[in-house]
Design a protein around this ligand. Structure first.
Ligand SMILES: O=C(CO)[C@H](O)[C@H](O)COP(=O)(O)O
Ligand SMILES: [Co+2]
Length: 221
C-alpha cells in the first residue's frame, strides 16, 4: 500500500476564481480535476484549454478524472494539457489496455475508474498496466453527494487483488469522502483520497487537507 495522499477536487470550488482556489491548498498531493462532457454524466465542466491554464496556476500536480464518453480519443489531450495523472472510466473506454499504455507513453500516470456498480474482478489481469485504480463511492456527475457504504467491499477486494499480484498500483476513492467517511476507506485499503465539498466548504481548506490526512493515517495504524 502506498503513502496516504489527499487529492482535493475543485468541483465545488468557486469557478470564477479557480486560480486562487487551487492556491488555497498548497498541502495537497494532487489537485483533482473533474472533466464532464454532459454525455457520460449529466453535467458539464471544463475541457483541455481550461485544464492547461489550471496546470500553470499551481505547483501541485493535476489529477484529471475524465467523465467523458470517448475516452480513447480524448484522454491524451489532458496529458498534453499538463496533467500528471489521467483517469479514464472503464465503462467509456473501448480499449483500456491500449489507452493506459498511450497515457504512460505520453508521460503521465495512467488510471482507470469504476462506477459503483462496475466490478473490479474482470480487470484483475490488467492491474499491472495501471498506476492507479479509482473506485467511485458515489455515482459520478456531481459533488456533494452522500458516500455509498456499499462500495467498501469492492475497495477491500481491489486491495486484495493488488496484494495478490504484487503491483504498486495506487487505490483512489472519490465521492463523499470527509472526516466522517475517510477512516472507513483507509481501513478498506484505499491510499489516495479525493475530497471535494469537505475541503472547499471548510473555512481553511488546507487545514482540512491536513485533518483528512491525519484521520486516514490514524486508521491505518
Ligand atoms: O468525481 C466526482 C463526481 O463525479 C468528484 O470528484 C467528487 O464527487 C468529489 O466531490 P465530493 O467530495 O463533494 O463528493
Ligand atoms: Co472525481
Amino acid at each position: 500500500m502506498g503513502e496516504i495522499q489527499i487529492t482535493p477536487s475543485i468541483l465545488n470550488s468557486d469557478f470564477a476564481r479557480l486560480g486562487e482556489e487551487v492556491r488555497r491548498i498548497p498541502g495537497a498531493d494532487w489537485i483533482h480535476v473533474d472533466v464532464m462532457d454532459n454525455h457520460f454524466v449529466p453535467n458539464l465542466t471544463f475541457g483541455p484549454t481550461m485544464v492547461e491554464a489550471l496546470a500553470k496556476a499551481s505547483d501541485v500536480p493535476l489529477d484529471a478524472h475524465l467523465m467523458i464518453e470517448d475516452a480513447d480519443r480524448n484522454a491524451l489531450d489532458y496529458v498534453d494539457a499538463g496533467c500528471g495523472s489521467v483517469t479514464f472510466h472503464v465503462e467509456a473506454a473501448k480499449a483500456p489496455v491500449r489507452l493506459a499504455r498511450e497515457i504512460r507513453k505520453a508521460g503521465a500516470r495512467a488510471s482507470m475508474a469504476l462506477k459503483p456498480a462496475t466490478p473490479i474482478e474482470p480487470y484483475e489481469d490488467i492491474l499491472a498496466e495501471l498506476d492507479m485504480v479509482l473506485i467511485m463511492t458515489v455515482e459520478p456527475g456531481f459533488g456533494g453527494q452522500k458516500f455509498l457504504d456499499l462500495c467498501l467491499p469492492k475497495i477491500r477486494r481491489a486491495r486484495a487483488l493488488m496484494d495478490k499480484h504484487g503491483v504498486e498500483t495506487w487505490l483512489q476513492v472519490d465521492g463523499g469522502v470527509s472526516l466522517e467517511t475517510i477512516e472507513r476507506c483507509a481501513e478498506a485499503g484505499a491510499d489516495v483520497f479525493v475530497a471535494g465539498s469537505a475541503v472547499y466548504s471548510a473555512d481553511d481548506p488546507d487545514k482540512m487537507v491536513a485533518a483528512l490526512r491525519e484521520k486516514a493515517s490514524a486508521a491505518r495504524s
